[in-house]
Structures are given as structure tokens and as C-alpha cells.
Design a binder for this molecule. Structure first.
Ligand code: NAP
Length: 737
């Protein structure tokens, strides 16, 4: 590889300068690495320790020869060093620095140069230690850590590239940012914590019994105060250099601390719990948000493979995870209710957690989730507070669309944003009708997120004929309708899921339902209730089909949601001859639930009634498997929507089932399947969780193993699937290809 530059000069051979020199030298990417320090002993030590190739005996001559110069001196010394090197600096030499603050470094450069050279690109490695001096140099110091470069309007693209490449060579992750933003971000994330650590240790050290205090100090004290051992001079300089942003952060922290003090004095346990739960949740979410992987953990993981073994039977009693739609709504309505709502069976998936975090950001105290239990301290319909920044909802379409209706009616402005994939989804379908109600909403480019919602608008009730059937649009308008003057009604062209209507009723809010039209009036209130989230019938389906196709099976699935808009799978299986019994039917938070007992009975092929298709749309991959194990022919029509799900579910199932010996033909809107013996083989789930789980149960009736590739996403939608399957009698081994 050719060198990035022929000669690099590092001025200031301390911890950072020494570590950078050593890393560049080890990578062999910068020709000769020359070190300069005002302390000659440091330079000689650097040479002896193998940190640099050469010492700079004559600074002026070295500056003239260098292609790249890195200032690694204390920020305070920047101006002096720049003045020193200016007369010898060639117009081609790239110049950068490592200072912990950037605004004052740029000001210093302006004072020295007048016009900033286009070769100057400031930078700041977000890595370090409490040690200083060249003896502490460590070539791995930056490996895996972030480096922020702050190119200026004057900086040339080629100089920026060289500085970026230099840091990449050390193993760092390079980000770029504006100078002012850098100083604000660092004031909050680095400077404030250092000040707090110094102040805490100093305060405690003044106490009379300081020896005892330090002797008994527990891990928390040690963790929190580790950074108080940092270099005092450097931190004095940082405080001087970044005064304004730091003062802003200190003021807001002081205010938060005063509120907490007051809560402790008053014994206000709600306030304390609120602060601590918000902080705990934010701490857990932050690291992922910062790393840019928030809510996307399982998307790009390696090839998870399931190996489902042939045969077995399915017996026992299990409960599958909670319904996602109902988990979302339990948080929303629990937050808007008066009183404390206890939720059990909450689905702790990324999407529902995004809703939970959004309400926390709007000041709602939410405890948990802990093993599916959540306690929501409702603030009432008018108790939400302005969030500190944009509400980030990850990949959750339900959250963004439902919240937009609710937020359109609040007194404060909000912005809703999501991850890359959510940012491609259409939002005008909610924004348009909300505008008709008087909302002020701006969508991003092409009618997509982010959504900017202006607070303080008074909404008017409307009647809306939905152009397409969508439970999200309907729910969004109903939530806005809770605040709009008069009546808000929505007519749907085809039945959609009615979880919002049902749960509103469960919270004591009156909802009008007249055939295909639902309506709400403002002026009511929601009263807290307890919700045991029904198990998701779509997750239950894999086990229903497993028991239905396997001789000697007898399985009970507990507390399954049997909302009439979701029970297509039960109706279809019954038509095929399955032995299904609904036990203990009851209502929870407005939703009907039951325990479902299913025993083996021979299935027969049917023509699936088209009116059942929308009620079972997510269940078809598993139903394809049921049809392969039924006697005779099953014909599925009117299911073209399957082609635009997480995968083309018709094609992927046809390919996979053929590969394991089934007699199946795909059609544009369904399939024709003739039952028979499955042989086993290798299939591909194409990252579609429902396909992966469907082939897992197919092995119950195959003569050989079924190897299923691309199963990583099962962990997102149904993390306990493999364990539950193995518990009831399947044999699935999970591994990596
Ligand atoms: P350090 O270990 O104390 O090294 C600084 C070196 O610069 C010392 O050898 C010092 O010499 C020398 N120096 C001071 N004034 C000079 C001058 N006028 N001309 C030439 N050399 C001079 O400090 P460091 O931790 O490496 O910090 C260096 C820079 O990195 C600072 O700007 C700091 O903000 C930034 N930074 C530090 C960290 C961290 O965690 N330490 C992290 C990120 C960025 P003397 O010993 O004789 O003073």
C-alpha cells in the first residue's frame, strides 16, 4: 500500500500525541513519524520506546519538511504553537489537532493566520485515559473508539480526506460534525461528568471523617469518580475553553438536581421513581442509539440456522408472547388515563419499547418492563409534557402513525423520527386527514418521516371516509378525536383491526360503532385499568398448526386474543377438520380472549373462503404447511397481499415446500396445494420470521431433517419460539451457518 503521507510531524508527545505516533508507526502508513515536544527528555523517551522514528531537533526545519502536522498539545498552547510554526508552514502541509474543545482552537487559528488555511482540519479523538506523558502511549488507544473531525467551511476535501484516513488507520471510527455542535455535545457528554466527578470527590474529601468515607466507598463511588483522577491542568483548560456550552449544561443539571432534592425532602416517591426509571431506560437505550443500531439489532446478524428434526408430537400447556398491537395501545392509553395502569404480558419487542420510551420522554412515569410487567402512572388526557427533543420511534410504523394523531392535539410542538427503513414509509395518509381537522403537520421529503407537528392547534371533529382500509389511520384519527371539538367519525372500506376502539372502551371511554363507522367525542376521560395483554394469535398459529398436523397431539394455548378481526386461522383450521376448542372465554381491557385446546384430527383440503383471507393474512405461511399435511387439495385465492409482506410469501413458501417434497403450485393470488408426505431438505426463510417458524413445524410431518436458513429475525418477533417449541415436543437446534 502506498503511504498516506511521506512525513508526519506530531507536536506534543504526551499521551495522545504519543499514542497516535505509535499507532501510525505500527501501521506503517505515514512514511517517517517525527515527534516534537518542548521537553527534550520526552522526545528521547519517545524514540527509545519506539513511539516515533525520529526526534525533531529543529522544529522549523521539520515543519518545512512535513506533509502532515498534528498538534497534540494542551488546547491552551495551540495559539503559541501555531504562531511558532506559521513562518515555516507550506501551503500544502495538512494541519490538524486533537484538542478536546474546538471553538477556541479555531479562534486561535483565526488570530494566528487571519484567513484559515484550506489545509486545516480540526479533530478530536474521543478516547483517552487518566494517564499523561509519552510513557503512557498506547497504539491501541483509539482502536474501536470514535474520533470527531470538524472540517471548516475553508477546509479542502483532500485535506479532510487525509485527516480522516489517518484516524481510520488507528482503528478509530471517524464522524464529522460542526465545531459548535461538537462543543455542545462534548460539554454534555464529557465535560459535565468530569466536573461532577471532581466536585463530588472534592466535597467528600473535605468531610471530617474522610478516611472512613473512602475506606467504605463501594463500587458505585469508584465507578462514578474514576475520572476525577484526570489531569487537573487539562480540565482547567477545558473549562476555560468551553465556558458557555458547559455553563448551559451545568445550569440544567443543577436544576434537575434541585428538583430531585425537593422530591427527597417532600418524600415525593413518584417524582423520584420517574427520574430513576427514565434515567435507567435512557441509559439502556442510549448506547444503542449512539451506535446507530437502535432498534435494529437483529437485522444484519449472521445467518442463524434452524435444524428441525423429523417427527414428534405436540403436547402441553403454553402461553406465547403478548400481542404487539395491544402492547402498543396499553402504553398509550395507560399514559393518557387517570390513575395507575398495570400491564402484564407486555411484548418487550423493539417496536412496543419505542412507544414506551416516547411516553417516558413526554414525562409519563412508567416502571418496567420486567418480565412483561409494566406499571404506568397515567397523567390524564391533558398531562403530557413537551419532550426534550425529537421522539425517536425506531422502526415502528404503529408508533409514528398513532402518535401523530395524539400529538396533533397537544399544546407543545413535537417532531417524530425513525430509522432508515421507517423513513421510507408514507405518512401523508395520516397527515392529510389530520390537517382536515385543523392540525399543523409537516412531513419530510416525499411525505415521509420526520413529522413536525405544531402544538397549540384547536382541532375540529370531522367525518372521514378512509380511501384504503387501515387500522393505523383509523386509530390515529380516533386519538386526535379525543381532543377535537364535536364528533370525529371514520368509515372504513373493509374491516380492519379494532384494538383501539376496544381498548378505549376498556378504559371507560365511550366509542360509537355503527357497521363500518366508528366515532368518538371529546370531553371524556380515561380511567386506569389493568390489562393482561392477550397472547398474539399470530404467534399461537405455529403451535395450533403443529398440533393440528401431528398424530397424538393435545396442546392448550393460554390466554390467546380472539378478536373477531384476527380469528381467520381458527375458522380455516376448523373448516379443514381441526379439533379446536375455546375454553374459558373472557374479556380483558375490551379484548376477547380464550384458552385454545387443539387435538390432532386428520385434516382435509378445502377451498379457503376469500372472506377469511384478510382475517388470517399473517397466518398463511403456517396454513400452507397445514394444507401440505391435509388429505386432498387446498386452494387459496384472493391473497395477493402475501406477495408484498416481509418477503414474497407465496413464492418463498412455494420454493421451500417444493424443496421439502410438497406438491404445490403458486398462483398470482395464492396457491394450490395437494397433501402428501414431506421428505425434508434445505430451505431459505429470506429473513422472514414467519416463514422460518412455519418450516420448523413442517418437520413434524417430514421424513428427514429440515434445515432452515436466515432465521435471525425470529429473535425479534418471537424470541422464545425455539424454547417453547422444544418444550412441547418439537426438536429444533439453533445455530449459525
Ligand atoms: P499530555 O500527556 O500532558 O501531553 C501534552 C504534551 O504536550 C506534553 O508532553 C507537554 O509538555 C506538551 N506541550 C505542552 N505545551 C507545549 C508547547 N507549547 N509546545 C510543545 N509541546 C507542548 O496531554 P494529552 O492528554 O496528550 O493531551 C494533549 C491534547 O489532547 C490536549 O489538547 C487534550 O485536550 C487532548 N485530548 C486529551 C485526551 C485525554 O484523555 N488525555 C483525550 C482527547 C483529547 P509538558 O509536559 O512539558 O507540558
Amino acid at each position: 500500500m502506498s503511504n498516506l503521507v511521506e512525513r508526519v510531524l506530531i507536536i506534543g508527545l504526551g499521551l495522545i500525541g504519543g499514542s497516535l505516533a505509535k499507532a501510525l508507526r505500527e501501521q506503517g502508513c505515514c512514511g517517517t513519524v517525527v515527534g516534537y515536544d518542548r521537553d527534550r527528555d520526552e522526545m528521547l523517551a519517545g524514540l527509545q520506546l519506539g513511539v516515533i522514528d525520529q526526534v525533531a531537533e529543529n522544529l522549523a526545519a521539520e515543519v518545512e519538511q512535513a506533509n502532515l502536522i498534528v498538534l497534540a498539545v494542551p488546547v491552551k498552547a495551540t495559539e503559541e504553537v501555531l504562531s511558532q510554526i506559521k513562518p515555516y508552514l507550506s501551503i500544502e502541509t495538512v494541519l490538524t489537532d486533537v484538542g478536546s474543545t474546538k471553538g477556541n482552537v479555531v479562534e486561535a487559528a483565526r488570530r494566528v493566520f487571519g484567513e484559515i488555511p484550506d489545509t486545516f482540519v480540526p479533530g478530536h479523538p474521543i478516547a483517552g485515559s487518566e494517564k499523561s506523558g509519552v510513557a503512557a502511549a498506547n497504539s491501541q488507544l483509539f482502536n474501536g473508539y470514535k474520533v470527531i473531525i470538524t472540517p471548516l467551511p475553508e477546509s479542502s476535501a483532500s485535506a479532510t480526506r487525509i485527516v480522516e484516513q489517518m484516524w481510520l488507520q488507528t482503528g478509530a471510527i471517524v464522524l464529522d460534525m460542526g465545531v459548535a455542535r461538537h462543543d455542545e455535545v462534548l460539554a454534555a457528554t464529557s465535560h459535565l461528568p468530569h466536573i461532577l466527578a471532581f466536585s463530588l470527590v472534592d466535597t467528600l474529601a473535605k468531610e471530617e471523617e474522610k478516611l472512613d468515607i473512602f475506606r467504605y466507598a463501594a463500587g458505585g463511588f469508584r465507578d462514578f469518580t474514576r475520572i476525577a483522577a484526570s489531569d487537573p491542568t487539562m480540565w482547567r483548560d477545558v473549562c476555560l475553553a468551553n465556558k458557555e456550552p458547559l455553563l448551559k449544561q451545568l445550569d440544567s443539571f443543577t436544576q434537575g438536581l434541585a428538583q430531585l432534592r425537593e422530591a427527597i425532602e417532600q418524600g415525593d416517591s413518584e417524582m423520584m421513581l420517574g427520574t430513576f426509571t427514565r434515567a435507567k431506560a435512557a441509559r439502556e437505550h442510549f448506547s444503542r442509539i449512539l451506535s446507530g443500531t437502535a432498534y435494529l439489532d437483529n437485522m444484519n446478524t449472521s445467518n442463524v440456522v434452524f435444524r428441525a428434526q423429523p417427527g414428534g408430537s405436540v403436547t402441553g400447556t403454553i402461553r406465547v408472547p403478548g400481542d404487539k398491537s395491544i402492547s402498543h395501545r396499553s402504553i398509550m392509553l395507560g399514559s393518557l388515563a387517570e390513575g395507575v395502569t398495570e400491564v402484564t404480558g407486555f411484548l418487550e419487542g423493539e417496536d412496543a419499547l419505542a412507544t414506551l420510551q416516547a411516553f417516558r420522554d413526554m414525562g409519563v412515569v412508567i416502571e418496567g418492563p420486567h418480565q412483561g410487567e409494566v406499571r404506568i402512572h397515567g397523567v390524564g388526557l391533558h398531562g403530557l409534557q413537551a419532550p426534550p427533543g425529537p421522539l425517536y420511534v425506531g422502526n415502528s410504523g404503529t408508533t409514528i402513525r398513532l402518535l401523530s394523531g395524539l400529538l396533533a392535539a397537544q399544546s407543545f410542538d413535537t417532531e417524530l423520527s425513525g430509522d432508515e427503513s421507517l423513513s421510507k414509509r408514507p405518512m401523508e395518509r395520516v397527515a392529510k386527514p389530520l390537517r382536515l381537522m385543523g392540525a399543523e403537520i409537516e412531513t419530510g421529503e416525499g411525505g415521509r418521516p420526520p413529522l413536525k407537528i405544531k402544538g397549540g392547534q384547536s382541532l375540529q371533529g370531522i367525518h372521514y371516509d378512509m380511501p384504503m382500509a387501515s387500522a393505523q389511520v383509523k386509530s390515529c384519527l380516533m386519538l386526535a378525536g379525543l381532543y377535537a371539538e364535536g364528533t370525529t367519525s371514520v368509515t372504513e372500506p373493509a374491516p380492519t383491526r379494532d384494538h383501539t376502539e376496544r381498548m378505549l372502551t376498556g378504559f371507560g371511554y365511550s366509542v360509537g360503532v355503527d357497521e363500518s363507522t366508528v366515532s368518538v367525542q371529546s370531553g371524556g376521560k380515561l380511567t386506569a385499568t389493568n390489562i393482561d395483554v392477550p397472547a398474539d394469535i399470530s404467534s399461537a398459529t405455529f403451535f395450533l398448526v403443529a398440533a393440528a398436523i401431528t398424530p397424538d397431539s393435545d396442546l392448550t394455548l393460554e390466554h390467546v386474543g380472539i378478536n373477531p378481526t384476527r380469528v381467520g386461522v381458527l375458522n380455516i383450521l376448523r373448516l379443514m377438520g381441526a379439533d379446536l376448542e375455546l375454553l374459558n372465554e373472557r374479556e380483558v381491557g375490551g379484548e376477547p380472549v380464550a384458552d385454545i385446546r387443539i387435538r390432532y384430527a386428520p385434516l382435509k383440503g378445502i377451498r379457503v373462503p376469500e372472506d377469511q383471507v384478510p382475517l388470517a393474512i399473517d397466518e398463511f405461511p403456517a396454513l400452507f404447511v397445514a394444507a401440505c399435511c391435509a388429505e386432498g387439495e387446498t386452494v387459496i385465492t384472493g391473497a395477493e397481499e402475501l406477495r408484498v409482506k416481509e418477503s414474497d410469501r407465496i413464492q418463498v413458501m412455494v420454493d421451500g415446500l417444493k424443496a421439502v417434497g410438497a406438491d404445490i403450485e403458486g398462483t398470482p393470488d395464492g396457491a394450490i396445494i395437494r397433501g402428501g408426505q414431506l421428505t425434508g431438505g434445505e430451505v431459505f426463510a429470506h429473513g422472514d420470521h414467519r416463514i422460518a417458524m412455519s418450516f420448523s413445524i413442517a418437520a413434524l410431518r417430514s421424513s428427514g431433517e429440515i434445515k432452515i436458513n436466515d432465521c435471525a429475525n425470529v429473535a425479534t418477533s418471537f424470541p422464545t419460539f425455539v424454547d417453547l417449541a422444544n418444550e412441547v415436543g418439537l426438536t429444533i437446534h439453533k445455530g449459525e451457518a
